[in-house]
Structure formats: C-alpha cells, structure tokens
Design a protein around this ligand. Structure first.
Ligand code: NDP
Length: 494
C-alpha cells in the first residue's frame, strides 16, 4: 500500500475535462464546480459542468458507436480481452486510484486499497468471462415454425454513480454494460469525480476501446437530469438516493421511456436472536458492517434488533467500541474512521444525530469530532441510540452515516414485523443457531439480500439489489445480464 499523495498533488494541477467520442474536451457552458478534501475542506480541483449540449454530444457518440464501427462487429472474445485489459490497468495503477479515492471521498486509504480497488479490477475479469455465455434459446412453438431468442445489447446506456464508492460503483456498471456489448455515458458524483477521471485517462492511454464506446461527463444534478432525459440513450442505470431515483424515473418517462434500473437507499435491519452461535463475533461484525466506510453504505445494517436477554450487554459492548474508535485523517494508519464525504451530507448526518437525542437514548458519540488535526474536517463520532421506537424518524429514514439505532424485541414474530416495517427493502441480517428459524425468518424478510450469521456477504456471482423503495433491477451475477440486454424473438416459417 503506497500513499501517492505527492503524485496526486501534481496530477490535480491539470484541470479535469469531459471525455467524449475518444477525446478530451472542456464543458461547453460556464458553470464550474469544486471538489473538496473532506479531511480539511481544502479544494482539490475545479472542473466545468457538462450541460445538456455536452450530454447530448456524449449520447450521440455512444449511440453511433453502439450501431456502427468496430464495437458492434467485435468478436465477443476480443471484447472479453478488452475487459481483462481494463482489470490489469486498474491493478497497475491501484495506488494512484486509491489515493485519489481517499482524498476525494474521505474513506480510509486502507479501505480504498483493501476493498474498493481490488473489486474494481476483479469485476472486469468476472464479466469478461460472461461475454460469450449469455445466449438465447429455442422455444417449443407449433408445427411449421422455428422460434428462437437472441440477447442483444440495449444500446447506449447512461450510468449515474454516487459518491460513497465512486470507482467501485462505476466499475460495476461499466463492466456489466460493456460485457453485454453496450456503449456508455457515465457521470460520477459532483463530489467525487477524481478516481473515474483518472481511470478514463488510463483507458484512453492504455486500452484500445473504439471511440464513443465510453464517454465521461462531469457535473451535478443538471448533468444527471440531462442523462435521464436524453432521447439518444436507451437505458439509464442509477445508484443513489430514492429521491433522485424518482427524478431519474420521471425523466426517462417524460422523454423516450428508456429502460431504468435503480439501486437506491436502505434502512436495513439486523436481528440478533438470543440463541446466536458466536456472540462476540456477531457483535464485532455488527460494528464493522455499520461503521466501516464511515457508515456511507446503502446496504449497511443501520437498525439493530436485539432479543431482550442479550439487549443490555450488546448495547453496552457496542457503545464501548464506538467510544474507543479513532476518527482521523484517511491516510493516518491509526485512523479507524474517516470524515463524511461532503459538507451538505455531514450537516444532514448531524441533523439526524440531534433528532436521535430526542427519539432515543444516546449511548455513544452524538457529536462531531473536531479534536486536534480533525478541526477543519467533516468527522462525526460513531453514534449509537438505544431504545429507539421503530416508528422514529431515525429508525425509518436513511442517514447514511455512522449512526446506529437499536431496538429490543421479545420473539420471532415481533422481530420480523419490526424488520419489515420500513419503506426500504435492500438487505437484512439475522443471527441464530437454529437452522429452522434461519430459513423461516429469511423467507419472511422483505429484502433483496438476506445475510444469516454474517452480515454483509458479497460476491460478483450473487445478485445485488433491493425490494420496495430500495429500487429494482439486479446488479452483479448473471441476473444483471438481463438488465443490460434486450431479448429478441425470431420466427422462421418452415
Ligand atoms: P443523489 O441520489 O442525489 O446522488 C446520486 C447520483 O445522482 C449523483 O451522481 C448525483 O449527482 C446524481 N444526481 C443528482 N441529481 C440528479 C438528477 N436530478 N437526475 C439524475 N441524477 C442526479 O445522492 P446525494 O448525494 O444527494 O445523497 C443524498 C442521500 O442519498 C444520502 O444521504 C444517502 O441517504 C443517499 N445515497 C444513497 C446511495 C446508495 O448507494 N444507495 C449513494 C449516495 C447517496 P451529484 O452528486 O453530482 O449531485
């Protein structure tokens, strides 16, 4: 693990631009934005905002490249080799990319290096293996005909990614879209454009993708809304808040009814039954699953439901862990939690912390961490509220920060009822040694992903995505291939 901040400082001297049709260009409008280091709120760099004209230029390039030229004619195996090449380039430059990620987002360098970067590379290798394995079928239709299906690329896809895993979420979507033969226009969050900008430089210099296959637009909601509305894009894949997801859906509906897949927020429950198999491991995992990446994860277990006999001790142990945690600079080896990603988000988390004081019993944290070198940063002490009623706002609304709410329950029925009483349905966890209960409760939980006896298991082979207002459409696994292809039915009269 190398800290390449000296290299990054140099790299940041060059203004970031848009990458459209195989070349770099400035945004056509006059609006600019700055991206800020959340550890001290210094400006890292500024960049021009892509407006509708820029987005349409990128969408037109993506549409052209999806219909003619080298990309649609490329052998699937060669497409797979290009994906493997992208994986190799990310690995070669992992230190730089991890450094930019931690500077821009505030997550610990260790988290960028150990979590985000390896997966950002590996997902391209995973999908390189799928390029020639998603194919159609022959359907048993009536006498005198043959009917078969083919899975075609959807076409030009808009990809909108958030600030919590800026490179990783971009790489998931890029790998899935490209493996299926699509072309893309991708937009990082206004708060975290750096790692994806660097990846595009590397793609330009070291990976021979035909012009127009990948296009990068930088900007904020104006740019995202233009992607959702674009008449030249055939699909939009979005990860972010439920509120913005609605706007994306409305934009798609109001323009060309493009396909939409949404990976939205969560308020995921985690149930500790009194018969859980390894209590200490479970409590340690509860803490890590919630507070790593400073609680900025959509599938994190933000609502802990604890059966009465365990309740007081579990609350006390988690509170002790939170009180002992070290908030600090993302690059300091002693730090256990970095700053929240951006100022407006930090303020939103702090408003929920204040609300929680009224809605629950504060047992840890509850303040910003402004000690010593943290004085100018956006640090929030890991915060835990106990005795929170499930109807409280802090138990129902996505906070997306280092804030855990804990609620006691008496029996299985009550646990399931509390777990499902939410508008979200992304993930859920349960801990029990009773195998029958594990299956029973897993089947009753209204969530797209259920973790038994280890919260937060992920693998590219397993579908990721939620129910209810956590979105629709699956990412990862073979399930995502359906999201990025369209199925054509072909009839031959004999
Ligand atoms: P948003 O949902 O607003 O941002 C996600 C992405 O959508 C960003 O690239 C954003 O751009 C873009 N965007 C913003 N407005 C529009 C629009 N009108 N049309 C299309 N795209 C748009 O998240 P926020 O940054 O506002 O975070 C708010 C809350 O959302 C968080 O506190 C958290 O609760 C939740 N969230 C959930 C995530 C998840 O993984 N499920 C990820 C991020 C946030 P830009 O950032 O440049 O405005």
């Amino acid at each position: 693990m190398h800290d390449t901040r000296a290299w990054a400082r140099q790299w940041l001297q060059t203004p970031r631009n848009l990458y459209i049709d195989g070349g770099w260009r400035s945004a056509s409008g006059a609006r600019t934005l700055a991206t800020v280091d959340p550890a001290d709120q210094s400006t890292l760099t500024t960049y021009g905002v892509a407006n509708e004209v820029d987005v349409e230029a990128a969408a037109a390039a993506a549409r052209r490249a999806s219909r003619a030229g080298d990309w649609p004619r490329m052998a699937r195996r060669d497409r797979g080799k290009l994906l493997q090449r992208i994986a190799a380039v990310i690995r070669d430059h992992a230190d730089e990319l991890a450094t930019l990620e931690s500077l821009d987002n505030g997550k610990l360098l260790r988290e960028s290096v150990e979590d985000d970067l390896p997966e950002s590379a590996d997902v391209f290798d995973y999908y390189a293996g799928w390029v020639d394995k998603h194919y159609g079928e022959t359907c048993p239709v009536g006498h005198g005909f043959i009917n078969y299906t083919v899975h075609e690329p959807v076409g030009a896809c808009g990809l909108i990614v958030p600030w919590n895993f800026p490179l990783l979420m971009a790489c998931w979507k890029l790998a899935m879209a490209l493996a299926c033969g699509n072309t893309v226009v991708i937009k990082p969050s206004e708060h975290t454009p750096l790692s994806l900008s660097r990846l595009f430089e590397l793609l330009d210099e070291r990976v021979a993708l035909p012009p127009g296959v990948v296009n990068l637009v930088l900007g904020d909601g104006e740019t995202g809304a233009a992607i959702a509305r674009s008449p030249r894009l055939d699909k939009v894949a979005f990860t972010g808040s439920t509120r913005t997801g609605r706007a994306v859906l409305a934009g798609a509906a109001a323009s060309n009814l493009k396909r939409v897949s949404l990976e939205l927020g969560g308020k995921s429950p985690n149930i500790l039954f009194a018969d859980l198999p390894d209590r200490d491991a479970a409590v340690a995992r509860v803490y890590a699953a919630l507070f790593s990446h400073k609680g900025e994860k959509c599938s994190e277990p933000t609502r802990l439901l604890v059966q009465r006999p365990l309740y007081d001790n579990v609350v006390a142990e988690l509170a002790a862990m939170a009180e002992a945690a070290v908030c600090g600079h993302p690059f300091a080896p002693t730090s256990q939690q970095g700053p929240q990603c951006h100022r407006a988000h930090f303020e939103s988390v702090m408003r929920y912390v204040e609300l929680g004081r009224a809605e629950g019993r504060l047992v840890a944290g509850g303040v910003a961490d402004t000690r010593g070198e943290n004085a100018n940063g956006l640090f929030v002490r890991p915060t835990i509220f106990a005795d929170v009623d499930n109807s409280a706002r802090v138990a129902q609304e996505e906070i997306f920060g280092p804030v855990l709410v804990i609620t006691p329950f008496e029996d299985e029925d009550e646990a399931v009822r509390l777990a499902n009483e939410t508008s979200y349905g992304l993930a859920a966890g349960l801990y029990t040694a009773d195998v029958s209960r594990a299956h029973r409760v897993a089947s009753r939980l209204d969530a797209g992903m259920v973790f038994v006896n280890r919260y937060g298991c992920y693998d590219f082979a397993s579908p990721f995505g939620g129910f209810k207002q956590s979105g629709h459409g699956k990412e990862l696994g073979r399930h995502s291939l359906a999201e990025f292809t369209r199925t054509k039915s072909i009839w031959i009269a004999l």
